[in-house]
Design a protein around this ligand. Sequence first.
Ligand SMILES: Cc1ncc(COP(=O)(O)O)c(C=O)c1O
Length: 394
Amino acid sequence: MFEKLQAMPADAILKLIAEYASDGRADKIDLGVGVYRDESGATPVLQTVKKAERFLLETQDSKSYLGSGGSPAFNAAITDLIFGAGASNNPRITTLQTPGGSGSLRVAAGVVKRASPDAVILAGEPTWANHVPLLSSAGIDMQTFPFYDGKSHRIDFDRMLSAVEQAPAGSVLLLHGCCHNPTGMDLSDEQWRAMTDVVVRRSVVPFIDIAYQGFATGLDEDAYGVRHMLEVVPEMIVSGSCSKNFALYRDRVGSLSFVARDEATAQVLRSQANNIVRTMYSMPPDHGAATVSHILADPALRQEWQRELDGMRQRLGDMRALLGAALRDKAPAADFSHIERANGMFCFLGVTPEQVKKLKSDFGVYMVGSSRINVAGITSGNVGHLADSIAAVI
Ligand SMILES: Cc1ncc(COP(=O)(O)O)c(C=O)c1O
């Protein structure tokens, strides 16, 4: 039976990784793959993760099953981290541990499909490349709303808002909590409030994907949108990820929270999500989540983790400033100021697909075709070559 299958087209980012790996140039630069990197180009295991893993090695006395929702300790800790201290006592919120943010998004889409089979999920244009395939694999119709204006390199908030104004009641609105991937452009607090008003008025259900909490301004500041909506909206879905802020990418740690009108509905949502998990992957992997909950529960370790997170955020900001300054110097006629206005790891460089190709072929500078760059790939050692290369192609 298998001979009838056709190979799937290669994933663009995996193709880029392979091309980069086989490029022999010593000064090649990888701005494609979406992981944090330090000044040496490494994606290290955090020191606090190492310490928590040592603790687990010494003290964990069972690897017995934990159930479809994962670890209650992790779920409480991550609920407080995302929604604010004490939120785990809020009976309207229920949280399940999931295999990364991706697992969370997929289970959430399954619950939406069961709750409202004809509901549409609205995603910004553009959004994370995997959002549409991942969410629509639950059988949900996806539509887009205008988000980014590529000319001004800003959020087109008026058009975004009016699209939500026109959305049918019961639509699900996918928003990025912070560090928008791929644009790096986030709603201001004022825009979050304006969006919340429309969401409530139009009976739209917000679905916030917060995969980079702590990478923009700080853990609390980055959760402003989630926390403001919690106060105002009757229902909401929130997908969290510890892939970036705990650098636990391959350990697959994420969370899915439902905010319901009341405790009884929250428990129904939990049972629906548990049932979907049971029939999909049965239960999430434990090790990464146990690591996170130990870090968050131990005050000293938690402080140390926040310093590690601050360090990652600081470096991303420093690299944006460094590239911005180098481009002002090497390409003074062009405006790249949006690079410094963006948050987190990503933004569009703002060059054409032909220029992206030329950067790769002539200068060994790798980025995805849309010109999305991961600023974590910049170092004080390669920024000169990067700015020279960009100046040469524009
Ligand atoms: C916007 C966004 N959401 C969710 C994810 C999922 O991350 P993971 O499944 O690795 O936790 C990513 C990863 O790149 C992302 O950029």
